[in-house]
Design a protein around this ligand. Structure first.
Ligand SMILES: C[S@@+](CC[C@H](N)C(=O)[O-])C[C@H]1O[C@@H](n2cnc3c(N)ncnc32)[C@H](O)[C@@H]1O
Length: 338
């Protein structure tokens, strides 16, 4: 029989089924690819091949007619637990091996079931957190654990590693393309200032994918700063200079070829960004705007440059992603010169 995987199961009387199911799950030896089968007074709980030695006191059988679990999608689970509201579950995202899910208020009573369903589907994930948005300028996540355990993870993206604790710092999957778009624009030997560095969302991809000379990465939140330091080490990027503190006061002046303003509420920092440039250079300015005020970012840039007696040229003005109903996250790339 060498080379064959045997489809073994623990056969237990129906009344002991729940107790033994919990035991094999706790031991991590339940074969999740097969379903539990009940036949008459007995129940067969599928176990992983080779694990039967741990369960010597139980009867082990080889299943002749196993039932394999169909690979379910979240929709299938939700149809079972809340058929009338299945469309109301908003999307979820995976950061490293952690799932973040948004659940409308009216479905919160089902949050544990939804959490368990997501872990069933994504077997390589360890925890599911209910995502209630971000708070304050620090963009701290508001999360609640609904299944599994653990909050620290390493997320891989665009050839970079981002270590983070999802309960302490945000990670916006929707900015993936934007992070790479900016990294690709950086020319050799540039000096870059990243005014809202976080855990290195922009600084790390720039350091990994460009030949920038130096990247000043300024971050106010100590938790994010701690992960920024870890990510500099994890990605072995020595040209990132981490600075802990407020970019309103700590942004170096007259040094940069490029400034990244990766915060959606950073309009008050525009003059600081202009001052960071070495006579001229490019600024990437992010903002969350309502559709009715779509051109507001351009107007802000015009006002600041005019006041500072600088000329400017808009290079790119585009939507990064939808932020909330009727509100978009946009980016403006503009060149400043005298
Ligand atoms: C969360 S990031 C934005 C996300 C990023 N654009 C991305 O690609 O996902 C914004 C960061 O700016 C930091 N921050 C807020 N105000 C700041 C300030 N005055 N100086 C420096 N960092 C600041 C926050 O702590 C946060 O880590």
């Amino acid at each position: 029989m060498g080379g064959f995987i045997l489809l073994k199961a623990v056969k237990v009387p129906r009344e002991r089924a729940e107790e033994v199911r919990k035991l094999v799950e706790k031991l991590g030896i339940k074969d999740k690819n097969r379903l539990i089968i009940s036949s008459g007074k007995y129940v067969e709980i599928p176990i992983l091949d080779g694990s039967e030695n741990i369960l010597k006191e139980f009867e082990i059988v080889e299943q002749k007619e196993p039932i394999f679990a169909r690979k379910k999608k979240i929709r299938d689970y939700l149809v079972e637990i809340c058929p009338e509201k299945v469309e109301k579950i908003r999307s979820y995202k995976i950061v490293g091996d952690i799932i973040l899910v948004k659940i409308p208020e009216e479905l919160e009573s089902l949050k544990k079931e939804i959490g368990r369903a997501l872990l069933e589907i994504h077997k390589n994930c360890k925890a599911v957190w209910l995502d209630r948005g971000k708070e304050s300028m620090l963009r701290r996540p508001k999360l609640e654990l609904i299944a599994g355990s653990g909050s620290e993870t390493i997320h891989r993206e665009n050839g970079c590693l981002f270590k983070l604790d999802v309960t302490k710092v945000m990670f916006s999957a929707g900015n993936k393309a934007e992070r790479m778009r900016i990294a690709r624009q950086v020319s050799d030997d540039e000096i870059v200032v990243d005014m809202f560095a976080g855990i290195g969302y922009f600084s790390i991809p720039i350091a990994v994918h460009s030949k920038a000379e130096k990247i000043y990465a300024i971050e106010l939140n100590f938790e994010s700063y701690r992960y920024l330091l870890e990510n500099i080490r994890l990605n072995s990027v020595k040209k990132v200079v981490p600075i802990l503190g407020d970019s309103m006061y700590l942004t170096p002046e007259g040094v940069a070829d490029r400034v990244v303003m990766g915060h959606i509420y950073c309009q008050d920092f525009l003059p600081i960004a202009v001052r960071a440039l070495n006579k001229e250079g490019i600024i990437h300015y992010h903002e969350a705007v309502a559709e009715a005020a779509f051109f507001r970012p351009i107007e802000r840039i015009r006002k600041v440059c005019t006041k500072m007696n600088k000329k400017f040229e808009i290079l790119v003005f585009k939507k990064v992603k939808s932020y909330s109903p009727g509100v978009s996250h946009v980016v403006v790339d503009f060149r400043v010169f005298s």
